[in-house]
Write a protein that binds this ligand. Sequence first.
Ligand SMILES: N[C@@H](CCC(=O)N[C@@H](CS)C(=O)NCC(=O)O)C(=O)O
Length: 224
Amino acid sequence: MPIDIYSMRLSPPCRAVLMAGRELNIDLNVKTLDLSEGEQLTPEFLKLNPAHTVPTIDDDGFILWESRAIMQYLCNQYAPDSTLYPREPRARALVDRWLNFDMGLLQSQREALFTKLFSGVDPPEDKVNAFKNNLKLLDALIGDNKYLVGNNLTIADLSVLSTTIVLEKMDFDVKDYPNFKRWTATLSQQLPYFQDINGFDMKAEAMVYIEKIKAKRAAQQNAN
Ligand SMILES: N[C@@H](CCC(=O)N[C@@H](CS)C(=O)NCC(=O)O)C(=O)O
C-alpha cells in the first residue's frame, strides 16, 4: 500500500522526503497541496496536521509531519539496515546533529533571502550575517568530504541539499563556499532522482507563488 505524502514541490522539506523515498525505493503517493491557495488550512487537512505544514505522510492511518522525523521513520520502519540512517549510535548522532542544524539553516535562509521577496524590505544585517555564518560553517565542515557523515549518503545530505539547492536556483553567489559548491555539484549529478524532484524552474515557480501570497495579503488588508 503506497504511503500518501501531502507535498508541494517548492518546499525544501518536501523534496528531502521525496528524495529519501526514492533512495529507499518506497512508493510515495504525492498529493499536492497548493499552499498559496490555503489548501493546507482545510478542516480535513487540519485534522491530519494541526500545524498545517507539508510534508505530511499518511502511512495506512499513521500520520506524521516534520520532514526530518518522516525520513527517520521511513528508514526505521522500512529500511532499518540502510546506511541512509546508520544504526551505529555515534554515526546516527552525527546525522541527527546535521538534521537539527538544517532546521536552523533553512530558517536563516528564509530570513536572509526570502524576506525581501515577500515584503520588499531588505533583511536586517544580523539575519544576513547569521545565514552567511551558517554557510561558512557548512563549507568548513564539508571540507574535502563527499558526504556530511562518513562514507555514505545519509538523510542529512538529502535534507541539507534540499534546503540549499534553492541558492543555486535563485542565483545566489556561492563562490565563497567552494567545498559546499563541490558537494552540491557532486550530489546533484550522482543522485539518479535528483532532476526528477528538483529539476524544475524553481525561481520562476517561487516568484509566481510569492506574488500570489502578496496579492492575497494585500486583498485581506484592504478588506479589514
Ligand atoms: N520543520 C518543518 C517545516 C515545514 C514547513 O514549514 N513547511 C512549509 C512549506 S516549506 C508549510 O507547509 N507552510 C504552510 C503553513 O505553514 O501553513 C518540516 O521540516 O517539515
